[in-house]
Design a protein around this ligand. Structure first.
Ligand code: URA
Length: 234
């Protein structure tokens, strides 16, 4: 197996991060530093990352977390803010988030120690659809809905076609469900800003077919075998 893939699938980190570690000389195979991502790891090889021996046989854990507001999607924070790591602190394996949600966004965040799956799910070439419920200020006109569906310019990047469905609206605000296929920074907020409606609150309710459902805020659940199989087919 390729060295970067081996490190990611052992649950150390994502494949991208593994590439960095290898390039920076933090990885040894059988006591020698290896800087080649595609180095072929064979059975019985000892792979050491940052001085620690990697165990490729660790169980894989996949969870859905309902992220509350005021948590950052990171495993630690230099400003001492609450992190999503705290929401899964009772799971012994070190999990990392699949993609990100903003500090103020709530809802479904997948977390796993399967770096290969994380890599596949967040790869820009085949990003899975993500569905959000946004409450935006004011009325969302049909013209704006059509713009969002076609794609809007969010500062040098034009979004791909989105699904948009108004759930309810009054003169002061609109609740809308939107499905996007990319994961640009603050993408949904920027998309609504681009058509002139400020996002007041944002919740992710689905990643592909995996749904938040009735999971309580701040809680997690293990994904079912079917859900894990489904994610692996994406
Ligand atoms: N889009 C946003 O603007 N924020 C998120 O957290 C996710 C998608």
């Amino acid at each position: 197996m390729r060295l970067n893939k081996y490190i990611a699938s052992a649950g150390v980190c994502s494949r991208r991060k593994a590439d960095e570690l290898i390039a920076n000389g933090n990885v040894k195979v059988n006591h020698a530093v290896v800087r080649e991502m595609g180095f072929d790891v064979g059975e019985g090889d000892r792979v050491v990352v940052n001085g620690k021996l990697i165990d490729g046989s660790k169980p894989k854990v996949y969870v859905a977390v309902n992220k509350p507001m005021g948590y950052i999607t990171s495993m630690d924070d230099d400003k001492d803010r609450a992190t999503v790591a705290e929401l899964v602190a009772d799971i012994p394996e070190r999990l990392f988030p699949v993609g990100r949600l903003d500090y103020n966004t709530t809802g479904l965040l997948l977390m796993t120690n399967d770096g290969e799956l994380t890599y596949a799910l967040t790869h820009p070439k085949h990003e899975v659809g993500k569905t959000y419920v946004a409450t935006v200020a004011g009325v969302l006109s049909d013209k704006r809905i059509a713009q969002l569906r076609r794609g809007v310019d969010i500062g040098g990047f034009v979004t791909s076609p989105a699904k948009v469905k108004v759930i309810r609206q009054n003169p002061r605000s609109t609740v809308v469900e939107i499905t996007i296929h990319e994961g640009k920074n603050r993408q949904v907020r920027k998309m609504f800003a681009a058509v002139g409606n400020r996002v007041q609150s944002l919740q992710r309710i689905a990643v592909g077919d995996i749904r938040l459902g009735r999971l309580k805020e701040g809680h997690y659940r293990k994904l079912t075998r079917n859900e894990i199989e489904y994610l692996k087919t994406l």
